[in-house]
Write a protein that binds this ligand. Structure first.
Ligand SMILES: Cc1cc2nc3c(=O)[nH]c(=O)nc-3n(C[C@H](O)[C@H](O)[C@H](O)COP(=O)(O)OP(=O)(O)OC[C@H]3O[C@@H](n4cnc5c(N)ncnc54)[C@H](O)[C@@H]3O)c2cc1C
Ligand SMILES: *[C@@H]1O[C@H](CO)[C@@H](O)[C@H](O)[C@H]1NC(C)=O
Ligand SMILES: *[C@@H]1O[C@H](CO)[C@@H](O)[C@H](O)[C@H]1NC(C)=O
Ligand SMILES: *[C@@H]1O[C@H](CO)[C@@H](O)[C@H](O)[C@H]1NC(C)=O
Length: 504
């Protein structure tokens, strides 16, 4: 059994969310809650938004959640020979406090998901190979890279420390109207400036060597974001945090958190595809707050409904959501954020270790192989996976075959698979428009698309991760609530860190 997530860092729980329960007592200066809210998308963003909106607005508001695919979105499992494996977002950082909170509040269990030895291949040789002896790893790292790994660890800690301030702000109910304002409040110009520079520039400036970046850092970006060192500095830091120890996942599949949030929020799931969001003329509805009409397709039928507030919790572009905004002035245009295609392939078989290392080895002894940017390999990474019910103790089948998950930019051909494997039983793939293709300086879209129309996935321009979507969801719920009630002093407050420091 995994340890309860809450045990990991008890001291940090003090920073956890101070939530009031369902139907918060309406304090002074509150107008009647809205009648109806629509959320488009039932991934972790949409479902956690439903959860937080319910907490803010109370039990009477009707919340409709539209989903055209499966609840969970980019959190999804794939079933192979009766076993389920994470096919999308798979690991969660020990300091992702929203995710930890959900697990606790929703009665879910966790699995520890690190384990196994890692190697880095450039296609010809292993440029780095972890040993099962801790002390040997330390000696190897120092021998190869001096104190750079330690300095890198400190650099990431520093970013993470500042990032953690968001939890304090949100627990005091503060919201931000833009991604830039949010990041600025965490660490000022330098912190926000990470979106303007590539990860490579940022780390070169900090004095890290080319060898270290090529052999250790670039391979981590390739496995976590399918991209090179040209991503922005902030998502680079998130990527490295994703290589920390103590990573965990939800027993039974990460997507369970979405269905549980949906249940707990008592919202109404509508299986349908939203086609249009139209700004209504008040004459049409006779009600000045019913600002938006949501038009959706369910089966072969087209239906529509009116809402006071709408939250868009999916990336806005033709390929991924295909939502058209009608009758807005100024118009809300289609978004052009390009998303990175990633193919996850699950292969049960015996790896050919010579594909990664010319040195002949019977057994590689590694459970994850990362690749360098300049490798001529056609995969970003490959690693042994355990099912969503096992605690990282994947066992081979009797003939010595494991289940491997490979990430690649393109579908793997049969020839490529036969290069990687001595033999395999099956290979099953899942395509994703996985995360934005990062290209600093990042131009983030606004969170407020119109008066009461909010866009959660604007946050992905900084970094895409489950926790980022949950933070965006909490922020959007607070933003919608404060704007509904005219609490402008709770939005975009300057110097929050200093203010709250003296308050605690
Ligand atoms: C392969 C892969 C690996 C990843 N690994 C990790 C990881 O290890 N750790 C981590 O933290 N993050 C990881 N991520 C990122 C993480 O999965 C995402 O950031 C997160 O799940 C995004 O959640 P979301 O709710 O914002 O969006 P989504 O999950 O994309 O949800 C949007 C939902 O909206 C629905 N929708 C879209 N358009 C419409 C419409 N018109 N009408 C109705 N419904 C619509 C979609 O069907 C979808 O369900 C990974 C992602 C991928 C793809
Ligand atoms: C980032 O770059 C943009 C121009 O692309 C500039 O307007 C902005 O001020 C820069 N922000 C920071 C914090 O450096
Ligand atoms: C987007 O939706 C329109 C109708 O709203 C449809 O005609 C078009 O084919 C869709 N495009 C894609 C790429 O799904
Ligand atoms: C394993 O891979 C090496 C290098 O690509 C190749 O030469 C060899 O033939 C492969 N072995 C088998 C059994 O496929």
């Amino acid at each position: 059994m995994g340890r309860a997530a809450g045990e990991l860092t008890p001291s940090l729980l003090g920073l956890g969310l101070l939530l009031c329960s369902w139907a918060c007592p309406g304090g002074a200066g509150l107008r009647a809650p809205p009648d109806r809210i629509a959320i488009i998308g039932a991934g972790i963003g949409g479902t956690s938004a439903a959860y937080y909106l319910r907490q803010k607005f109370g039990k009477d508001v009707k919340i409709d959640l539209f989903e055209r695919g499966e609840v969970g979105g980019r959190l999804a499992t794939i079933t192979l020979q009766g076993q389920e494996y994470e096919a999308g977002g798979s690991v969660i950082h020990p300091l992702n406090l929203h995710m930890k909170r959900f697990v606790k509040d929703l009665g879910l269990s966790t699995l520890q998901s690190s384990g196994g030895l890692i190697g880095v291949s450039n296609g010809d040789t292993l440029v780095f190979e972890e040993s099962s002896w801790f002390i040997i790893n330390i000696i190897k790292l120092i021998w190869q890279y001096g104190f750079q790994p330690l300095r890198m660890h400190m650099w990431v800690e520093d970013v993470l420390d500042k990032f953690m301030r968001i939890y304090r702000y949100q627990s005091h109910d503060y919201a931000f109207s833009s991604v830039e304002n949010l990041l600025h409040s965490l660490g000022g110009d330098d912190f926000l400036g990470m979106l303007n520079r590539t990860f490579l520039e940022t780390l070169q400036k900090a004095g890290f060597s080319e060898k270290f970046l090529d052999e250790m850092i670039a391979p981590i970006n390739r496995v976590n974001y399918g991209q090179s060192m040209d991503i922005n500095g902030f998502v680079g830091a998130v990527s490295l945090a994703g290589a920390d120890s103590g990573l965990w996942a939800i027993e039974g599949g990460n997507k369970l958190v979405c269905s549980r949030l949906l249940q707990a929020s008592k919202s109404n799931l509508i299986s349908g595809s939203v086609m249009y969001i139209e700004k209504t003329r008040t004459k049409q509805t006779g009600n000045p707050t019913k600002m938006y009409q949501v038009v959706y397709q369910t089966g072969s039928e087209t239906r529509s409904d009116f809402y006071d507030i709408v939250l868009v919790a999916t990336p806005l572009n033709r390929k991924m959501s295909n939502i058209t905004f009608l009758n807005f002035d100024p118009p809300i245009e289609e978004f052009h954020q390009h998303y990175q295609q990633i193919v996850a392939t699950f292969i049960k078989g015996k790896l050919n270790s010579s594909s990664f290392n010319s040195r002949a080895l019977d057994e590689l002894g590694l459970s994850t192989i990362l690749t360098t940017d300049n490798s001529h390999l056609f995969i970003n990474s490959i690693g042994i996976v355990s099912s969503v019910r096992e605690n990282n103790n994947a066992q081979p089948s009797t003939d010595g075959a494991f289940v491997w998950k490979a990430f690649s930019p393109e579908t793997l051909t049969k020839e490529q698979l036969l290069k990687l494997f001595l033999s395999y039983e099956y290979a099953v793939k899942q395509h994703w428009h996985a995360y934005p293709h990062y290209k600093p300086p990042e131009k983030c879209s606004s969170i407020i698309l119109h008066d009461r129309l909010y866009y959660l996935n604007a946050m992905e321009c900084a970094a895409s991760a489950m926790e980022m979507s949950a933070i965006a969801a909490h922020n959007a719920a607070l933003l919608a609530y404060h704007r509904w009630n005219g609490h402008t002093d709770m939005i975009d407050q300057e110097d929050l860190y200093e203010k709250l420091k003296t308050e605690l």
